[in-house]
Design a protein around this ligand. Structure first.
Ligand code: SF4
Ligand code: SF4
Length: 382
């Protein structure tokens, strides 16, 4: 069985697949936490083994083979912890039956030999020629030091280095390495001299801007005023209405397509669209025909399903009403480069979502830096 190929717009910048939202670690600050306020295990109530919480590898193959191969557009596998998907065997099963390049965002949960065995000889799908490593390993100090008895960073560096024994390129130069280590510049994260000497000369290491609010301070640069801190910093008592559309193809563990990270994460914080998935499966995954019935009364609904034969990329290109402006996730509204490095090279800003008609209260105008530039995104409140 095959499904119709999707027609990718040139503007599509990112394909992100959250293979599983389960994770071996329980970080205090979790990238999947819309509020950045708690330990992950209490956030995602998805432990029950009996529940169907992800597509099978065969279903992912069907879904991902709809995406035309493009050398410069990898499919990014992420989570949770994607190495653990389908008891660790899922990555290799998917990579074996698809022709794409993949990027992997991981905490390196498995030993290198187990990880590579699970890949079924498909390493080259994780070896794209790119300016940055395809396997991007995140460092989480507290949890990794707990699990690896105080040797968290050293163990992570050793796991990365060991990939060289299995045909991966491992180099201190990021454009020449298939693997690199990344750390979020959270105010509580420190790069120590011991860490520097552990990675120096062998594995690329980079810190990534922390996005969000910590101790009432906003970190990161955002195109849309108060999009991530309106509620977190008590700037206004309620979220605002606006219209929004995405420039990314974001897929959750059950193959639903989402308009932004907030909608995706918040649904899984509430247990995930598991019942809705069962209903949809019984209807042959015909999301477009049945979405109004299945997602009636949801104000955080997905915008499609990858196994719906009628799903098309045009479904992304629609501004949809949203009443959650102000709780947006930083990675959606921060100013960044597109995959052509547009911001660094030409000063052209890119954001993962495009927002318009924000019903910004005029009482907040005097708190907005660059009001002149931001005002084009606003519409007067009703
Ligand atoms: S490793 Fe990543 S996904 Fe897992 S708990 Fe930590 S931040 Fe969250
Ligand atoms: S406005 Fe924010 S919360 Fe609403 S859809 Fe856009 S990114 Fe998501």
């Amino acid at each position: 069985m095959t499904l119709p190929q999707l027609k990718l717009p040139d503007t599509l910048n990112y394909v992100g697949v959250f293979l599983t939202l389960e994770c071996n670690l329980n970080c205090n600050y979790c990238i999947n936490d819309p509020q950045q306020s708690g330990q992950r295990e209490s956030l995602f109530p998805i432990k029950a083994k009996s529940l169907r919480k992800s597509l099978t590898p065969d279903e992912w193959v069907l879904a991902l083979n709809r995406i035309p191969y493009r050398e410069d557009l990898p499919i990014t596998l992420q989570g949770g912890e994607p190495m653990l998907y389908w008891s660790g065997k899922g990555l290799g099963m998917i990579l074996s039956e698809t022709s794409h390049y993949f990027d992997l965002l991981t905490n390196f949960a498995l030993k290198p030999e187990t990880f590579v065995n699970n890949l079924n000889g498909q390493q080259e799908k994780l070896q794209r020629d790119a300016p940055y490593p395809s396997i991007r390993v995140s460092y989480h100090a507290d949890e990794m030091n707990r699990v690896w008895r105080g040797q968290g960073f050293a163990e992570l560096v050793n796991r990365c280095k060991a990939l060289a024994d299995y045909g991966f390129r491992v180099s201190a130069v990021k454009a020449e390495s298939d693997v690199g280590i990344y750390m979020v510049e959270h105010p509580q994260n420190q790069l120590t001299p011991e860490m520097e000497s552990a990675y120096a000369g062998c594995v690329p290491f980079e810190s990534k801007e922390f996005l969000g609010v910590h101790e009432d301070k906003l970190y990161g640069h955002y195109l849309y005023p108060f999009s991530t801190d309106l509620i977190a910093r008590n700037i206004h008592p309620n979220t605002l209405s606006c219209e929004c559309k995405t420039t990314e193809l974001l897929l959750d563990p059950l193959g639903f397509v989402w308009g932004c990270h907030f909608y995706l994460y918040q649904n899984w914080v509430s247990g995930g669209p598991i019942k809705e998935f069962e209903e949809l499966e019984n209807l042959g995954f015909r999301f477009s025909e049945n979405q109004e019935k299945i997602f009636a009364n949801h104000n955080l609904a997905p915008i499609g399903h990858m196994l719906d034969p009628d799903f098309s990329m045009e479904d992304l290109d629609i501004f949809r009403f949203c009443s959650h402006y102000g709780r947006c996730i930083g990675c959606d509204t921060k100013i960044k480069n597109n995959r052509f490095q547009s911001y660094y090279d030409q000063g052209i800003t890119h954001t993962s979502v495009m927002i318009r008609n924000i019903q910004m209260p005029t009482s907040l105008y005097d708190k907005i830096e660059n009001l002149d530039q931001a005002q084009k995104f606003f519409t007067p409140p009703l």
